[in-house]
Design a protein around this ligand. Sequence first.
Ligand code: GLN
Length: 531
Amino acid sequence: MTYADTSAHEIADLVRSGKTSALEILESHLERVKAVDGRPGVLEPGPITAEDKEKVHAFITLTAETARARAKEIDQLVADGEDPGPLAGVPFTAKDIYTVKGVPSTAASKILSNYRAPYTATAVQRVIDAGGVLLGKVSLDEFTYGSSSESAAFKPAPRNPWDTSKVTGGSSGGSAAAVAVGAGALSLGTDTGGSIRHPASFCGTVGLKPTYGRVSRYGLIAFGSSLDCPGPLARNVTDAALLLQTMAGPDRHDNTAATVPVPNYLAELEKGVKGMRIGLSPDFFRVTYFDAETGELQERAIPEEIEAAIHSVAGYLAQQGADIVTDVPMPHTKYGIPTYFVISRVEASSNLLRFDGVKYGYRTQQSLADLREMYRHTRGEGFGEQPKLRILMGIYVSAAQFQKQYYQLALRARALMRQDFETIFDPAGDYKLDALLTPTVPSTAFPIGGVYGDTVLMQYSDQFTVTTNHAGIPGLSVPAGFDENNLPIGAQLLGPDFSEGRLLRIACAYERVTADEPWRAKRPPVVEKFG
Ligand code: GLN
């Protein structure tokens, strides 16, 4: 009997009622990690072997011993008649962009490879306080910069559990892969332009980017401070609701954390979709590229299978009593990526200034003449390609002589994207939508090495997720079947500020009505083979 496939809410029930020990549950998960994950990512991996290519490599740091100690504590609480909390004994992982006291917090970058944080991120601490058992820190694109997790400086980089020759998506690729294979029932990811929803879509898991400020950013290694959102990944909607419930809420360590009361998300799940107005927009069924040579906009249709999957979701929701509203205009969606290129790079270049080898992290080993040289060599050796590219671009587009044509223009475009959403969700407006239903990503998982190296093409994979971050609203990705190559397809639900409960409720209605579909019974081949 393994508990590695048991959902988080079931695990918590088993542990709280004393039916199963947290330690037994943890051992099941550690066995699963051993069977399917292969070696964890390291800075100097040597050659990537044929065996490496069959495994998942979600982890950078496995914290098996502290997890065992924590599981025993939980079991003691139960033995003493105390309640360890709503996540009692639930094994979970955290993307290695969250700080955890005493544990390496690397951002998958050489420059933080030796960094052990003196404090724990609020969101992680809340999960631990609710009875969660941290299994370890999982991989990501370096500093979260990417949509495939291939830019992690720690190799082997994560591989997709549904086909290990494909990417996990990113940047929370380790989180999505870990959850998909049962290496923890839950994972904490972060989403700046799509990084929770994108890998959730590629790996067939649920992923939720909350409203900006719904979850504290304290203890996140920052990327784009006006865009970053911590959020949950899970194998089902109920578990995602449970994790968000634990993570969300005000925090005295983060003044941008919202003070809006946190609703009871689990209670929301039961309410169904009858009478809800759910929109479909043609602007989310095509991708728009700027041709670098001509400067012209070019449009391309998305794969038919993805379009069909989203229409099938709409069909099920209609069957459950929702009104589907078609032809909803979202005219500024096409500016999402160019705008993100500017704003996210400006914020990244600013946030990366603190990594200079002085107080913490990697420092060059070279003997140097002065402080400036120390900075230069430390940053030159410590940062990979993506951070360097983003620093250069961020400095360029915010320079005094260019900022009007780039940064300030991007801020104006961002306001227009927010306006698109305000218009369609306005209860007194023409559309009065409760939510917008879209594909999460314009493709399924692409081959390892297939897009990597082309930063622009990689970025365009976020076309349907990124406007959510510009607008600050919540977005949820839910599994919606498979393509002909047995790769997961994700459906995305978007709603107004603080509508997480409503999005979870819609996703849950869809999950329940499709519970008996044959595709729901599929398991990742890597689990079938080694698990
Ligand atoms: N893929 C996007 C990027 O490269 C988004 C990453 C994220 O959400 N952290 O920046």
